[in-house]
Structure formats: C-alpha cells, structure tokens
Ligand binder design. Sequence first.
Ligand SMILES: O=P(O)(O)OC[C@H]1O[C@](O)(COP(=O)(O)O)[C@@H](O)[C@@H]1O
Ligand SMILES: [Mn+2]
Length: 648
Amino acid sequence: MKISKEHLELLAENFQSIDETTKEIINLEAILTLPKGTEHFLSDIHGEYEAFDHILRNGSGIIKEKLKEVFGNRLPRKDLNLLATIIYYPEEKLNLIRKEYDACDYKEFQKITLLRLLEVTQVAARKFTRSKVRKILPTDFKYIIDELLYKMQSSDKNDYYDKILENIIELGAGEKFIIELSLSIHKLTIDHLHIVGDIYDRGPFPDKIMDRLLDYHSVDIQWGNHDMLWVGAYLGDRISLANVIRICARYDNLDIIEDRYGIPIRNLLNFSEKYYKGDHCKEFLPKISKDDELKYSEHEIMQIARMHKAMAIIQFKLEKQIIDKHPEFDMESRALLDKIDFEKETVKIYGKEYPLTSCNFPTVDKENPYLLTDEEEKIINKLKESFIASEKLKKHVELFINKGAMYCCYNGNLLLHGCMPVDEDGNFQEFSYGGKKYAGKKLLDFFDKKIRSIFYCGCREDNGLFFYLWQGRYSPLFGKCDMTTFERYFIEDKSTHEEVKNAYYKLRDNEEFCIKLLNEFGLTSEGHIINGHTPVKETKGENPIKANGRTIVIDGGMSRAYHKTTGHGGYTLTYNSYGLQIMSHDIFQSKEESIKNETDIISTKRVVDKLCRKKVADTDSGARIKKQIELLKILLEEYRQGAICERY
Ligand SMILES: O=P(O)(O)OC[C@H]1O[C@](O)(COP(=O)(O)O)[C@@H](O)[C@@H]1O
Ligand SMILES: [Mn+2]
C-alpha cells in the first residue's frame, strides 16, 4: 500500500508514539477475531408503526434466542417469555407487574430480574470489545453495570455486589435500571438495522417510524418508491406532493399531513367542496376499517372523498407537463384526460374504448384538458410552500439522504427495494436522460446522485425524476409498465388495472441471473439479493426464498390493507455470525395484547444459508479495519526508522 508523507503525518496526530500505534494495532487485530454482529432486515413497513416497533423490539426473535442460549433449561418457558417481554417493553410491562405484587415482593422481583438481565448482558456483550460495550451501556449506570458484569466472573465479592443491587432497589432506581439494561441488551443483540424501503403510505404513522429510526443506534435505508414521493414533495416536486396527498386521502390518513407535518389543507377542502359538492365521488371513498367508520359522519367521509378526487385530477394534469417535457420517458400512455369522450363518457386506452364509472370533471377544459385552473394552480403552489417549510418533514427527508440510498452493498449482499430493470434475456435495460444512457449499476448510481444533487442544490421545482422513479418503466424502485392509477379509479374492467411486471421479477428465481447481478455490483456468488416491494403471496404458494437462496424477498407485508392477499403479517430477515434466517410473522394485533400475553408474532423461522461462523474479519468493517492496520504498520515502521518523530 502506498501512502503519502502528508497522510502519515495526519495519522501520526492520532497515534503519537510507537506505544500508541502498537496498542491500536493489537486492539484492531483482536476486533477482527470477534464474531460478526447481527444484522436485522425489515421492509415495506407502510406506516404501520406498532407492528414495526414490535418487530424491532423483539429483533425478529433474536432476543428470545439469546435468552434461550443464556438460560437453556434453567428457566421455564413462562419465565422466559416474561423476561423477553420486559426486555421488549420494559416500562409498560413493569407498570403491569407492579400492580400484582406487594412492595416487598416487588423488590424481590426486581432483584431477580436485574440478575437475569445482567446475565443476558454479559453473554450479549461477549461479541464486542470492552470499550464498545462501555459506549453502549447507559451513562447513568455505566460504572455500576461494569462492576456487576464483572461479578459474574468472580464469586468472592458476592456481598459487595449484593449490596450494590440491594441499594439500587432500596433507593428506588430498580425500575430505571431494568429499563436501561433492557435497552442496552437490545443494542448489544442487534448490531445494525436495514430498512429495505417503503416506510411511507397506506398506514397511519410513518412519521413515528422515522422518529424511531432517527434515534436508532445503527441503521441504513434503501429508498422505496413511496419514500421517494415524500422526499420529492419536500423538495418542491408537485407531482410527488399530489400523490402524497392523494394516497393519504385514499387511506384516510390526512391527519399525517395536517396534524403531524403541520401542512394546512383547508384550501384544498374549500376548493373540493366548491367543485365536487354534487359528485358522489364513489371511486374516491377512503378505505376505512369497519371500526373507524363509526368515527365519521357521512359528511366527513364525503369531504375526504372530494379532496381525494380533486387531488387526483390535479396530479393527472401535472403529470402531462412532465410527459411532454421528457418524451424519452416514454410515458404518453399515462396521459388519459385527453382520451376521454365526454359525450359518450368513455376513455380510449391503447385504442380500446372503456366506459367510465363517472364522468364529472368540472375543472377539466375539454379543449385543453391538462391546463390547471387558476384555483388548482394556487392550491398546489401553496401546498408546495407548506411542504418545503415543514420542519418535521425536513428532519425525516434528511434521514433519507444521510442514511439512505438507491441500493446498498453490505457484507456481501445487495439490498434493493424493487428491481434491476432487465429484458427477458436478463440484459440490463437502458434509461435515457439528458442525451446519455444508463443501465445496470450505473442506472442506480445515476438516480442516487441526481436525487442527492436536487436535495443539495436548493432549487425547489417540479422534477421529472421523482415522477419517473415512482412510475417509470425502467425505474428500479417500481419495475412495472404503466402504473394504472387512472384506470383503477375510473374503469370497472379489471383487466385494465393490471401492471405488467419487469422480467426481473421472474429472473430473480434463476440462480445464474442472480449471480450476474451480484457480480455487476462487485459481489460474489455467495451474496444474496434482498428485495422488498412485491408482497409475497404465501396463500398462492409463493416462496420468499428464491433461486436456491440467492434472492430473498422480505416485503414486510405489514400493511393492513394487503393482509387479505398475503395471508400473513410479513417477513423479516436476520443475519448473524452463523447465517441468514427468514422469519414469517403472524398478523400483529396490538401493543397491549403483546405486552399482556407476551406474544412474539413469529410463526415460522427458516434458515436461508448456514455458514461457518463469520468473524468481523469477514465483514465490510473487517476489511476497513485491515486497511487501517496496514496503515498503522507503515506508521510504526516510519517511527522506528525515525522518518517521523514521536510526539509526547
Ligand atoms: O393498492 P393501492 O394503495 O391503491 O396502490 C396501488 C398502487 O401501488 C403500487 O403497487 C405501488 O405501491 P407498492 O410499492 O407498495 O407496491 C402500484 O403499482 C399500484 O398502482
Ligand atoms: Mn414499493
């Protein structure tokens, strides 16, 4: 390895002597021999905060496994479940347990629990260096936990340690200690979290998911097509914004926009009341569960439906501007307002005429159907200003930019929300933009770079790229032909709703193709492609593990709206030092139910790949450490030869 004198001098500022450099090399060499940390993969959360939070808390079963490893047969299943639930929901579970005991017994319970948690912490901490463990331990109790962890290794100081525990409990800090220790166990057990896209839309609390991820100790995100709509909306792209509002109205989630992101929609309400008052808007009734129906009056439901329709029409108009501006997008088939025959109340698609479910388009000028009316223009522009000004959305979009990307290569695996656009023979398909063509890895890199540059450049204008990523034929986040939004609203014939999938979705069953794709990203045939995006229809016999394990589809299936088709609560994946395991989840009921009945919602676990035990040395961070060691060895040599002076 070649390194310039300047770089060595910079390195010498951090390692100022032979002793310091030697110590660091020894430390790094030792880290390489530790087992690889556990990765946790989740996808397609679609606003379902509670299900997401639950799976995050139990680490898709990793925490329970750790407990089994620690206690073996020493604890009955009942106690194990209780301890697990305390680790998942310490505060809430303690609130329930406290009521069951008198003061004295509750102290005893706290002591037993603390001892058990300390034992788990000790085993979970074995994978890490002492210094990393210290960083993870809660600041308030760092010193005490460190002492107590020691206790497990020597039996002579029993009285001393018993006293510490007793004091903690007597001084009323027992619960706080249990809570902090549970959080530390979580961090020690799950080293890194991957979110394979689609945090937003359909479910009620995407913002809470983003807040949780902002606080999470180690995470990366692969952008999903729905996430890009929210990024686009914040960056001033009006088509994205119209989609975001339309989908929120469709799933009765307008409070996300109004209350949680602080974006007023009153103008939209007034406008839609004015123009769609007499319209039954039956295509636009929000999807509301039977329970929630009772919450609303018919008038309120109609208000949502009218806003929904008003936004859909604004969206179709705006889309045409981009379709015309970018003929290379080849999306003319998506411009349907000018294909409407207002007399016959039909629309012509690919030359075939279909009756419309209704033909009330009060803001569409038959001569110039894509022209936004002054009022529509005003509404969308005002909304745009509010999206750009939302502080909370800014924070969330920044997370997408800082921790997110179009795809991610991590420890030999390729993580990608949707697909790699290919033809039926598996050749990478080309996307043209600005006179250049992009395919394969370069296509993904192109979109990644463009989105980042839009974020940093500060200009907040309509940008065709968000529209393309959302529904373009060669969008790696979509990967289908023709998003049939208009047809789904206005045409009964279901054959028009079909969205033909890219050949990728068949080819990912083929091992040879998967290896070709992994190679495109500089990965080997031992890697895996990890996708979200397409719900795995288990009821129809679909398997989430494809191509002899090379492809794994973990569409979380957390979306309530999709439970009927998938028949389960989704998949998640874990990758520890022994290999990859896919978990299938039961449909999540509620947080209260999980805490009370101590349920995990894990129905089955399948091993995807069993490996000989992987060490840190075999990981990406191991590769970085090895490079660091090499550099430090050069520095050491320079010190020894007197080419660089030690500083004291
Ligand atoms: O079922 P909904 O919410 O109306 O959405 C249907 C649309 O969602 C999409 O499936 C995209 O969303 P996903 O990324 O969740 O699949 C489109 O292909 C389709 O047109
Ligand atoms: Mn998706």
